[in-house]
Design a protein. Sequence first.
Length: 208
Amino acid sequence: MYDNGVDQLERKAADEAVKKAAKIFQNRPAFTLGNLVKVDGYEIPIDSLVQNSPILRQTAYGNQIDVDGVHSAVFNSKLHKNSPFIGVVLTSKDLTAKFGRNYLNFCFGYTFGDVTIQSVARFRDMSDKNRETMIEGVILHELGHVFHLAEDRNRSHTEYNLGMHCTNLGCVMNQGLTREAMLKHFKIAKKMGRIYCPQCMLETGSQN
Ligand SMILES: [Zn+2]
Ligand SMILES: [Zn+2]
């Protein structure tokens, strides 16, 4: 799903990411983005959800909203409850999330359960190529959280850093606290011709 502010390049990059994920996570029906807004007569008014979210603060990337409002509305919707699909929402609004008592300065994406929300707001001054890489990477990272990748504390190469993350080089499950750090992880993974590292791939249950 996208709100109306999400442009063509961003939609295309998101669709690509979802297609790639569908190949890896075959134990769930193919994810969809664009056509999830209306399923079996149920609809999620994604634009009004985003528009009606209270503005927490103004940032260099526009009005920032709390991701939890959009997330819980989608998560608790009849559409989502009645659908086997994983909810992937892309918004043009800058997002933040509460961590403990305080709000983070921002967040690129947020996942809880099988609904994940990503913002494209902070990638808009990057080159088209980097924007594509960031959107794809962030969606594949958040979908990795849906499937609990890198959460097993008994395995090696994990760390707790705003949630459990992978520390292997060339894995999109690496945590990047800045967009430059994330871009670096995504680029290395791409260069290595993969999305998740072998350890995380094992956890996907995929034979690919
Ligand atoms: Zn993460
Ligand atoms: Zn990994």
